[in-house]
Design a protein around this ligand. Structure first.
Ligand code: NDP
Length: 278
């Protein structure tokens, strides 16, 4: 029987440290989250980010724009925050309404303040080994693995999912730590045979309880990024936690696993940015 990786507890501990750090700083790190429209899931994510930022003592602003805002108007708002020295991090909550080109908006954020790490400049830096801003979810996962002393060098790591925000950057970060990395996706043939090779398995698919005990090598470390709603409306991961923990050595739960760490890394990157110009 494996153990739980307590993302909530680790996030709380890191946030306490950050609050102490911010209290000592000569300037207040500033984070603006821009949200367009009324998407309920986005509203919840943004509220959580705002609460966490305030708890840590950041200067936190949520810019709420109506659903019908034009692409040009949104880009204008982003540009104003690019110029505003009170803010060290800018995040545009995705998804955006259909009439707005997300790529154009993400490109409008200055790479120096792109605390989500989605700008092509930061993506390029990550993939070419230069220091830059890193997508918060995979960054938080690396912090969890480090906190639980998970050895990566020479180990087999398998990432399920190849999105730009989770799967691909995750694979690169694992590679940077000298793991032997395999990325799998919906066209992978015989997924269980591949995932059973993994000493470290990171799952980011978006399908409730898709990964079962048969996918797991005994003693593996399993990280569940998924956030799905069950038929009863409960938040569930991509991993069937109850059966997988019987086989694995460490597993993240959903909720209280990867989610709290993602928000924590957003705060960390905002603080680090503010420090650079302090
Ligand atoms: P995407 O939908 O962008 O990507 C999903 C990936 O899973 C794709 O690469 C897809 O393959 C792959 N996939 C789908 N079905 C299968 C299958 N049957 N077998 C193998 N691979 C499959 O999702 P995201 O990466 O954005 O998010 C994944 C999950 O993580 C979601 O539940 C999301 O809500 C959650 N999430 C959680 C965060 C957190 O902070 N906890 C942050 C970000 C996301 P293909 O490319 O071939 O289509």
């Amino acid at each position: 029987m494996g153990k739980i990786i307590d993302g909530r507890a680790l996030a709380d501990k890191m946030q306490l440290g950050m609050a102490a750090e911010v209290a000592e700083m000569s300037i207040k790190p500033g984070l603006v989250v821009i949200i367009v429209g009324e998407n309920p899931a986005s509203q919840t994510y943004v509220r959580n980010k705002e609460l966490t930022a305030k708890k840590i003592g950041l200067h936190s602003v949520v810019e709420r724009l109506p659903e019908e805002v034009s692409e040009a108007e949104l880009i204008e708002v982003v540009s104003n925050y690019n110029q505003n020295d009170l803010f060290h991090g800018i995040l545009v909550q995705l998804p955006l309404p259909g009439h707005i080109d997300e790529e154009k908006v993400l490109l409008a954020i200055t790479p120096e303040k792109d605390v989500d790490g989605f700008h092509p400049i930061n993506v390029g830096k990550l993939f070419s080994g230069q220091a830059g801003l890193i997508p918060c979810t995979p960054y938080g996962i690396m912090k969890m693995l480090e906190a639980y002393d998970v050895e990566l060098e020479g180990k087999e790591a398998v990432v399920v999912g190849r999105s730009n925000i989770v799967g691909k950057p995750m694979a690169q970060l694992l590679l940077d730590k000298n793991a032997t990395v395999t990325i799998t996706h919906s066209r992978t043939i015989d997924l269980p045979a591949v995932t059973r090779r993994a000493d470290v398995l990171v799952v980011a698919i978006g399908r409730g309880h898709f990964i079962r005990a048969e996918h797991i090598k005994p003693g593996a470390v399993v990280i569940d990024v998924g956030m799905n709603r069950s038929a009863e409306g409960k938040l569930i991961g991509d991993v069937a936690f109850d059966e997988v923990i019987e086989v694995a050595s460490l597993v993240t739960p959903v909720p209280k696993g990867v989610g709290p760490m993602t928000i924590t890394m957003l705060m960390e990157q905002t603080i680090a940015n503010a420090r650079k110009i302090q």
